[in-house]
Design a protein around this ligand. Structure first.
Ligand code: S3P
Length: 190
């Protein structure tokens, strides 16, 4: 199975979309490594993301995301979950598309927001009202929409979303990454 889709699979989407849970399931099903940009940043700084925001502010966090994107260019064949704001800057989605298939886990705002609130400390939500968070989602949508594939997560659990992502990936023929060709990247599926 690992030969079917040789390049990285990169999940983008708003907080609460299930990028981490779905990414883990996908990685297991595909026999790939799983990488999270938030984990990379936590490791770089040696402390959790809420602390990075509190001490150094959002701009510093976004600069760390720049570094993470540069490191992602070294990845081959991984499943990568990105932070909700990572693709939402000029040229970021293009940079991600250069290293893999970008999949937007979309969904109704209400469902995403509920899940995001339940899912722990999120600095981008803590200072915002529900309306402000909804407005943030609207401003981000055009960036997410630049992904090559979109899977609507509304009403689905992470297993079901992962199955939909696999279906979408298989429905899309893509040539193998050049770096993988010699080691058996047969590349396209039906
Ligand atoms: C952020 C989303 C978070 C994390 C950081 C900023 C955002 O990731 O990267 O708190 O700007 O939307 P999740 O999307 O996994 O919550």
């Amino acid at each position: 199975m690992a030969g079917e889709m040789p390049d990285n699979v990169i999940l983008v989407g708003f907080m609460g979309a299930g990028k981490s849970s779905v990414g883990r399931i996908l990685a297991t099903r595909l026999g790939r490594c799983f990488v999270e940009t938030d984990e990379m940043i936590t490791a770089m700084e040696g402390r959790p993301i809420p602390e990075i925001f509190a001490d150094k502010g959002e701009a510093h966090f976004r600069a760390l995301e720049d570094q993470a994107v540069q490191l992602l260019a070294l990845k081959r064949g991984d499943v990568i979950a990105t932070g909700g704001g990572l693709p939402c800057r000029e040229d970021r989605v293009e940079a991600l598309r250069a290293i893999g298939t970008v999949v937007w886990l979309s969904g109704d705002f209400a469902a995403l927001y509920e899940r995001a609130l339940r899912g722990g400390d999120r600095p981008m939500l803590s200072g915002r009202t529900r309306e402000q968070a909804a407005a943030l989602y609207e401003t981000r949508k055009p960036f997410y929409a630049k992904a090559g594939l979109t899977v609507d997560t509304t009403g689905l659990n992470p297993d079901q979303v992962a199955a939909e992502v696999l279906k979408a990936l298989r429905g899309r023929a893509r040539p193998p990454h050049p770096a993988l060709s010699p080691s058996g990247g047969e590349g396209t599926s039906s």
